[in-house]
Design a protein around this ligand. Structure first.
Ligand code: ADP
Ligand code: MG
Length: 246
């Protein structure tokens, strides 16, 4: 019994959580020393993997669980089934390609961005999702807020950064510069996914500066897939009502 407490005390000190929390009976099982050690190590490895995955899911800040299976390519002509499969395979993240989804509201841009994000987190990539608006807020407050600073630090470490709704709200010069600096820092290190309701010709207006917009697009589109979504809003065509018509 003394040995068991000593093992548990040491496991706690060494942060071997699975062993520290092990129930006593398990020590009494008849196992060879090597088998016992192997079982302990396997359990700790599993525990650490689960903990890392849970943390990555939290850090990704994905607001909804959308996936590729839920996406109906019949309803959206801007992407084929084959392209969807290629996106889902995620090889392009290893090749550090970017993905830009452009189109009117309700055409499935955020759905695809979220599906990519969810799949990437599951496969072990470090992901961060944010609306443009929230991202600008984080960048602007990183000097005065520890929370923002640590988020920006995390973004720069991510394999995949998803920026939703670029161009919905105008940004001022300072904000545009902060945004440009971030994209430059991510360039050739992380894949960036962006969604926007405006085509590239409108990005100078979004950023309030055509030179900055050209430099930004130059970096973003160097290795990039642009998908243009068209058609009516899926929300509108599939809108649900509270009351029956009868
Ligand atoms: P956008 O970001 O282009 O404004 P969303 O991706 O938010 O549009 O789509 C609006 C809603 O419609 C979401 O609930 C989304 O899951 C759904 N949706 C859009 N396009 C499709 C599609 N082709 N197949 C299935 N669901 C879709
Ligand atoms: Mg959207």
């Amino acid at each position: 019994m003394r040995i068991i407490s000593e093992i548990q005390e040491l496991a706690k000190q060494l942060h071997i959580k699975s062993l520290a929390n092990k129930r006593f009976e398990i020590f009494e099982e008849e196992k060879s020393n090597t088998q016992f050690l192997l079982d302990c190590l396997k359990e700790e490895a599993k525990f650490r993997l689960e903990r890392a995955t849970a943390l990555r899911i939290k850090q990704a800040c994905l607001p909804a669980e959308k996936n590729f299976e839920m996406f109906d390519t019949q309803a959206q002509k801007g992407i084929t089934d084959k392209q969807l499969k290629q996106l889902e395979a995620l090889d392009w993240i290893d090749g550090i390609y970017n993905l830009i989804l452009i189109g009117p509201p309700g055409t499935g841009k955020t759905h695809i961005a979220l599906a990519v994000g969810n799949e990437a987190v599951k496969k072990g990539y470090k992901v961060f999702f944010s609306t443009m608006d929230n991202l600008i807020h984080l960048l602007k407050t990183q000097e005065i807020s520890q929370r923002s600073a640590s988020k920006v630090k995390w973004i720069k470490k991510c394999d995949l950064v998803i920026i939703d709704e670029v161009g919905y709200l105008p940004v001022n010069r300072v904000e545009a510069n902060l945004f440009f600096s971030l994209i430059s820092a991510l360039y050739e290190n992380s894949s960036v996914v962006m969604t926007s309701n405006k085509g590239f010709e409108g990005w100078a207006d979004i950023l309030g500066d055509s030179v900055l917009a050209t430099a930004l697009l130059d970096r973003l589109t160097h290795k990039c897939q642009v998908l243009s979504f068209t058609g009516k809003s899926y929300r509108l065509t599939h809108s649900k009502k509270i009351f029956d018509k009868s």
